[in-house]
Design a protein around this ligand. Structure first.
Ligand code: C2E
Ligand code: MG
Ligand code: MG
Ligand code: MG
Length: 291
């Protein structure tokens, strides 16, 4: 896992992760301050119904607007927050902020649904369901407005415990989604037992499927699998018109990616919704695969 994180490019905080000592302590205090000083913000990326072209919901993605370093992407501090346990504070902030956004939209007559990402530690912590319920109740927001995205690896870390927590969250009304599906190692036996509503096909397959027949086959069979299990299936990393059309031909339910929109600051989302229309599709790709 650590090796995978290191591969993920220019990690500003690599040093902090490795050394654990002085730098790590100062990063931790910087993160604490970031919450106090309101340097964290949520970006929203729309999820679109591929059949109706309706904007159905959005994924909330955290960013750190650092006074010196500028906009810091989540992969540069989420892994660190996980390692140090700071993630529980960060997640509390994310959920509270998402609840506030849903409440604001509701007050303006918009039924906004948001997806948020949970980490392994969140899922395995003792009090996630009651904490979540409390944060939503403060804003008079129903759990069904929130979809919780969890990766396969978070679930497989401690499947028994994860299953119990997910069952509790599901019975409270939260929507549940498996993120980055296809990159972990959850068995189909587990998948069948999980009370989830949605599968998100990892963007690595979606990005490659236009050029790589094997990736296209993986996308196709994941869509089939999801539908056979009665789940909604979402493709992330939809960057091109070709990918969109291929996914439409394959019967994928929802798409999310740069072809639709990059993640945007929360404040821009309402305007975006007002203006949203599917971009020109251009030439149709060969969708023989869909047959
Ligand atoms: P994720 O949940 O799988 O989110 C999708 C990532 O793909 C986002 O990166 C998004 O900006 C990016 N993306 C969306 N469309 C496209 C596309 O068309 N092409 C490409 N190449 N990329 C696309 P981002 O925002 O940098 O987030 C990275 C990861 O950080 C997320 O992956 C998630 O695992 C984690 N993360 C983000 N926000 C939070 C959070 O609030 N809490 C936790 N625990 N993790 C978070
Ligand atoms: Mg996600
Ligand atoms: Mg994902
Ligand atoms: Mg991902």
């Amino acid at each position: 896992y650590a090796a995978k994180q290191r591969q993920s490019g220019s990690m500003v905080y690599d040093a902090a992760l490795d050394k654990g000592s002085q730098q790590s302590l100062s990063l931790l205090s910087e993160l604490r301050r970031a919450i106090e000083n309101q340097e964290l913000c949520l970006y929203l990326q729309p999820k679109i119904d591929i059949r109706t072209h309706e904007a159905v919901s959005a994924e909330a993605l955290v960013r750190w607007l650092h006074p010196v370093r500028g906009l810091v992407p989540p992969m540069q501090f989420i892994p660190f927050a996980e390692q140090t346990g700071f993630i529980s504070e960060l997640t509390r902030w994310v959920i509270a902020e998402a609840a506030r956004a849903i409440r604001q939209a509701a007050d303006a007559g918009i039924a906004l649904r948001l997806s948020v990402n949970l980490s392994t530690r969140d899922l395995l912590g003792p009090d996630l369901p009651s904490r979540m319920a409390g944060l939503l109740a403060e804003q008079r927001v129903q759990p069904s407005s929130l979809c919780l995205e969890i990766t396969e690896s978070a679930i497989m870390d401690d499947p028994q415990r994860a299953l119990a927590t997910l069952e509790q969250l599901s019975s409270m009304g939260f929507k549940l989604s498996i993120d980055d599906f296809g990159t972990g190692y959850s068995s189909l036996a587990y998948l069948k037992r999980l009370p989830v509503d949605e599968l998100k096909i990892d963007k690595s397959f979606v990005l490659a499927m236009e050029h790589d027949l094997d990736d296209a086959k993986i996308v196709r069979s994941t869509i089939e699998l999801a539908h056979n299990l009665g789940l909604t299936v979402v493709a992330e990393g939809v960057e091109t018109s070709k990918a969109w059309q291929l996914l439409a031909a394959l019967g994928c339910d929802e798409g999310q990616g740069y072809f639709i929109s990059r993640p945007m600051p929360q404040g821009e989302f309402r305007d975006w919704l007002d203006r949203w229309a599917l971009p020109e599709l251009g030439e149709a790709p060969n969708t023989a695969l869909a047959g």
